[in-house]
Design a protein. Sequence first.
Length: 96
Amino acid sequence: MGKKLPPDQLELYKRIDEILFYKWDPIGVSDSDWARDEYQSYLPRVFAYAMESDSPEPIAKYLGVTSTENMGLSAAPEHDMNIAKIIFEVKEGLGL
């Protein structure tokens, strides 16, 4: 991240990081501390989609493309949408 975020946005950023690692976790590494930063390279884009979008669809689409094209995994659109909805619930809960 290149700029300092306001506290509410920083909280969302941190929560998205947790959600990606513990809930999305397409390669199943969340039970290992050594892999804690595994999905952090995707975090800025997911955060941007969360801030810019009025719906979870762009986040779900990005997660799907990331897991299939970047990681070579099978598509899991329902899981990706569930994760995107969780992110949106957190965003709304923070009043963003």
